[in-house]
Write a protein that binds this ligand. Structure first.
Ligand SMILES: [Zn+2]
Length: 392
């Protein structure tokens, strides 16, 4: 071994039923008193957002809610939120919601502490540096079990005009504290439970298979795959059952999935792969939900990868508790899981057509994730993968 390799590990995680009620104390303990709560339009209309605001007010904190995010995060959402932060004279940020509001919260943190346009700080050579000491603190409370952005150091945000996704990265964007509260995910509909859960599973699988040496991430990824195999299907079944008062098993399954999603967020510090590049293209070209895109694509990408990572497929099959350890049986497990939780088999079932392929390939090949894929991916490979996955 003649290389020096650095790997990092993240943040304080508070996990438990109704643990979100600890938020005001955490904010006060760190010496802040004017949080900006960043959430999305839909969540802002639900009682759980009102409740967060009440917790803060009752604790004597001066909070303001910014709910100008919706769908996939856009630069304009971040600009509006930064304006709200300044008007409120905020001193910290609470990111409350799925991946989109959490990513927008991170972009707001950059904008309010740095001059110029957000994309001047994009994660690329020649970009302006992000000064970690200038960034406001972020507290994150995920309301879906999927993106893992609550423990991530980057935000994915799109250009409003082109819809091309850009990455803003800084170790300082890692939230200071994360509250994993299963109560918040109990009422997620089955379809969102399924698609966000498949995003988490894709992070775990792609991180494990990705190039590079990060044994911490590999261990976390394998354990996370095991947790998903035990809990995702249950969560979707509970969501469909729509119980009036949730059972212990429901709360436990939701809590496990929240942890698996967070583990995915940690594990993909190592890198992702071709599935995310193809999913990013589907969001850009077809405005498809990120988790749904990953969920549909995952078995097709694994089929592409299986010849190069046989030993790792065996380990993943073990982690998922499968009897047979062959790559084919792992892929079959993914296919079965998709069918059981209601993820379409083909992209054509989600309105993607062969006429989209040229644009999809163009975006996917430029994406920053696939260079970490265990098997290198050419334009022609992406074309074949999309063609198979469309399945018309
Ligand atoms: Zn993802």
């Amino acid at each position: 071994m003649n290389q020096v390799i650095q790997y990092n590990f993240p943040t304080i995680i508070r996990y438990g039923y109704q643990v979100r009620s600890e938020l005001p104390k955490a904010i006060k303990d760190m010496g802040f008193n004017r949080p900006l709560v960043v959430t999305d339009r839909e969540l802002a209309s639900l009682p759980m957002a009102e409740e967060i605001k009440n917790y803060l007010t009752n604790a004597g904190l001066y909070s303001k809610v910014f709910s100008g995010t919706y769908g996939n995060p856009l630069k304009s959402h971040a600009n509006l939120g930064a304006n709200e932060y300044r008007v409120h004279n905020a001193d910290c940020i609470v990111a409350f919601g799925g991946g989109a509001p959490i990513d927008v919260a991170k972009c707001i943190a950059v904008l309010v502490s740095h001059k110029g346009d957000l994309f001047e700080y994009e994660d690329r050579a020649g970009a302006k540096p992000i000064e970690i000491s200038q960034l406001p603190s972020i507290f994150s409370i995920p309301t879906t079990a999927g993106t893992g952005s609550e423990v991530g150091r980057s935000a994915v945000v799109s250009d409003d005009a082109t819809k091309v996704k850009r990455i803003i990265f800084s170790p300082g964007l890692l939230p200071k504290m994360v509250f994993l509260d299963p109560e918040l995910t109990l009422k997620l509909p089955a379809s969102i439970t399924a698609s966000t859960g498949m995003d988490a599973l894709t992070h775990l699988i792609e991180a494990y298979l990705s190039k590079g040496f990060q044994p911490l991430c590999d261990g976390i990824a394998l354990e996370g795959i095991g947790i998903v195999s035990q809990s995702l299907k249950k969560c979707v079944e509970f969501a469909k059952a729509n119980e009036y008062s949730p059972s212990e098993e429901h709360i436990e399954a939701r809590g496990l999935m929240l942890n698996a999603a967070t583990m995915g967020g940690v594990a993909f510090q190592k890198g992702l792969g071709a599935c995310h590049s193809a999913a990013h293209a589907l969001s850009t070209v077809c405005d498809m939900h990120h988790g749904l895109a990953n969920g549909i694509l995952l078995p097709y990408i694994m089929e592409f990868n299986m010849s190069t990572s046989k030993e790792k497929f065996k380990r993943m099959a073990e982690a998922a508790g499968l009897g047979s350890k062959s790559p084919k049986s792992f892929i079959q497990w993914l296919e079965d899981l998709k069918a059981e939780i209601g993820i379409p088999k083909y992209l054509s079932e989600a309105n993607v057509q062969k006429s989209h392929i040229d644009d999809l390939v163009k975006i996917a090949i430029q994406d920053v994730c696939h260079p970490f894929n265990p098997r290198s991916v050419s334009e022609e490979d992406f074309r074949e993968i999309f063609t198979k996955a469309i399945g018309e």
